[in-house]
Design a protein around this ligand. Sequence first.
Ligand code: SF4
Ligand code: SF4
Length: 278
Amino acid sequence: MSRYGMVIDINKCNGCYNCFLACKDEYTGNDYLPYSVGQQNEASPFMKVTEKEMGKCPKVKVDYVAQPCFQCSDATCVKMATNGEVYRRPDGIVIIDPEKAKGKREIVNSCPYRVISWNETQNVAQKCTFCVHLLEKGAKEPRCVEACPSGALLFGDLDDPNSEISKNLAAAPAQELNPAYGLKSNVLYRNLPGRLIAGEVILEDRQGECAKDVKVTLKGDNGELSTETDFLGDFEFKGLPADKTFKLTVEYDDYKSQSMDIKTDTDKNIGEVLLASD
Ligand code: SF4
Ligand code: SF4
């Protein structure tokens, strides 16, 4: 049996909102019984995209976190149902039955992720269905996944070891958005927003030029990250854990390397790192 899921890579998302728009286009005013009734135009979207701003001017970054229903294996919305009005299909997709759920406004509050909305016109709670009506017609992926131009959303069968999504997860594990909820969600993330460390490298004897391709490493308790400065001489490390101390080292050919300890109690822009020639 299948167990459908999604892996969302925040680093691949460019904030174009195509997933949101494709979902709205699919569901606004369109009934797909027995799985969903037409969404109101002004209703909360089935695909929420939240923006997470990091850093301080002039080094500000924004990450976009797309959030459909997480199709949880231990879904509270299913557990709180009294009459099968919310149920989990054998393929793992969680459905709010539009007939049985009529008038049951309390369903909206059964999801800690707040991805269920209330449809005033239809008098029913609604959410993402993983586009089950399309999958049943043979579609390989939901509308939002198909619409993403940067491949940030990967959809497939988590129980099939040969599916692209299973191979992707076997190569490197992904994480739940909020594991503390204990819902065993089947939508997982890579590169979730965390703390930011950013800065700029200047070569003391070449101050009119941008210091491109300078090696910058960040050592922490769990290993080492490495990057190079871009064409402006800037570098950044995103998605770092909060309240940890890292050793940042900047090294370049015939220049004296620089090291410093940085604590991620907040996002850090360390400004200019000046490298003197050897
Ligand atoms: S994310 Fe919320 S609505 Fe979706 S299955 Fe989990 S508990 Fe239910
Ligand atoms: S899977 Fe379908 S219903 Fe869910 S967010 Fe994507 S387009 Fe919308």
